[in-house]
Design a protein around this ligand. Structure first.
Ligand code: CP
Ligand code: NVA
Length: 324
C-alpha cells in the first residue's frame, strides 16, 4: 500500500509523474472537463489543526474527480476516544484514502504503519509534502525545468522548509536558507536528504547577500507555526531582521519571484509591499494546491488499481515514459 507521509516515500520518477498528471489535469479542467476517475471514492480528512487551503483544495479536488470528502474534526475522538489501532482500522472500512493534519508527525506515521488505508500527510510539525508538490508545480509553470535554479527560503527552518528542501533536491534545484542560526533547518533532516540525494545542494546562512544573490524564487513562511503560539513574542524579536521586505529583496535578482505557503502574517515575516508585488506568485501557488493534489489522488488511484492508464488516455492524458 502506498502512503504519502513525506516526499521520501516517492521516487524522482514518481514525483515527475504526479506533477505531469497535475499539470495535464489542470489544463483539462480549464477546458471544462471533469472526468470522474475517482467516482464514489471516499476521502476522509482527519484534521487536528485549522486549515483553509489544504482542507478546501482536497474537498474540491476529490469532488471534481467524482468522489466525496468527509471532514473529521475533534469530535471523532482520534487519540482520545479509543485506541489508534481500532480507530484507523474502522476508518479504513469506510474510506478509500485519508488525509491527515496532525500536531505530531509520529501520529501520521502511526496511522500509515497500520497499512490498512492510504495515508496522505496534510501537514505535521515535521513536514508539509502536499505544499511542496504544489510549489514545485508553480515554479515549473513559471520557470520551466528547475534543474540548476535556486530557491531561497527566508525565516524558520520549519515543516514547509523541510519539504521544500527535499523537493528541491529531487528536481535538482539549489536550496538556500536565510535566517537566524538557531532556527536553521535541522542537520538530521539535511543528512537524510543527502543520503537519498547525494548531490543535494543545500546551504544555510545568516547573510542576506549570500543567501539571496542567486535566488530565482524567494520563499517565506510564518515565524510562528501552529502549535508554537506561546513563542510568538520571542520569535518576532529573533526573526525581525529577516522580514521579507523591499530592503531584503534588493539582495535578490530583480526577476526573482516571491512565494509564501499562506496563511501569511502580513507585517511580520512579509510586508504588503512584497506579498502584493507583481513578483508575488502566492495566489497561483494556493490555486495549484488543488491541481497538485488531484494529480496525487489520481496517481494513488493508479497505484491501488482504482483506475487504469486507459481511463486517462481516453481524455488525452499521457503518462510519462517509464511511468511509475
Ligand atoms: N498552506 C496551507 O497548508 O494552508 P492551510 O493551513 O490553510 O491549509
Ligand atoms: N509552518 C506553518 C505552515 C502553515 C501552512 C505551520 O505549520 O503553521
Amino acid at each position: 500500500m502506498r502512503h504519502f507521509v513525506t516526499l521520501f516515500e516517492i521516487s524522482q520518477q514518481e514525483l515527475h509523474t504526479i506533477l505531469s498528471l497535475s499539470q495535464q489535469m489542470k489544463q483539462l479542467l480549464a477546458a471544462g472537463r471533469r472526468p470522474p476517475w475517482l467516482a464514489r471514492r471516499v476521502l476522509a480528512m482527519l484534521f487536528e489543526k485549522p486549515s483553509l487551503r489544504t482542507r478546501v483544495s482536497f474537498e474540491a479536488g476529490i469532488l471534481q474527480l467524482g468522489g466525496a470528502a468527509m471532514f473529521l474534526g475533534q469530535e471523532v475522538g482520534w487519540q482520545s476516544r479509543e485506541s489508534t489501532s481500532d480507530f484507523i482500522r474502522v476508518l479504513a472500512e469506510y474510506a478509500d484514502v485519508v488525509v491527515c493534519r496532525a500536531k505530531k508527525h509520529t501520529s501520521v506515521e502511526d496511522l500509515a504503519g497500520y497499512d490498512c488505508v492510504p495515508i496522505i500527510n496534510g501537514l505535521t510539525d515535521l513536514a508539509h509534502p502536499c505544499q511542496a508538490l504544489a510549489d514545485i508545480m508553480t515554479m515549473q509553470e513559471i520557470a520551466g525545468p528547475l534543474a540548476g535554479r535556486t530557491m531561497t527560503f527566508v525565516g524558520d527552518g520549519n515543516n514547509v522548509a523541510r519539504s521544500l528542501a527535499l523537493a528541491a533536491a529531487m528536481v535538482g534545484m539549489r536550496f538556500r536558507v536565510l535566517g537566524p542560526r538557531d532556527y536553521f533547518m535541522d542537520e538530521t533532516w539535511i543528512k537524510k536528504i543527502r543520503s537519498s540525494y547525494p548531490h543535494a545542494d543545500i546551504q544555510q546562512s545568516t547573510e542576506a547577500k549570500i543567501a539571496l544573490s542567486e535566488a530565482d524564487f524567494v520563499y517565506t513562511d510564518v515565524w510562528t507555526s501552529m502549535g508554537q503560539e506561546q513563542e510568538a513574542a520571542e520569535r518576532r524579536s529573533i526573526f525581525s531582521q529577516f522580514q521579507l521586505n523591499g530592503h531584503l529583496m534588493r539582495h535578490a535578482p530583480p526577476k526573482a519571484r516571491v512565494m509564501h505557503c499562506l496563511p501569511a502574517h502580513r507585517g511580520e515575516e512579509i510586508t504588503d509591499e512584497v506579498i502584493d508585488s507583481p513578483q508575488s506568485a502566492i495566489v497561483a501557488q494556493a490555486g495549484n494546491r488543488m491541481h497538485a493534489q488531484k494529480g496525487l489522488l489520481v496517481w494513488m488511484g493508479l497505484q491501488h488499481d482504482w483506475l487504469n492508464a486507459e481511463c486517462l488516455e481516453q481524455e488525452g492524458i499521457e503518462l510519462p515514459l517509464g511511468f511509475s
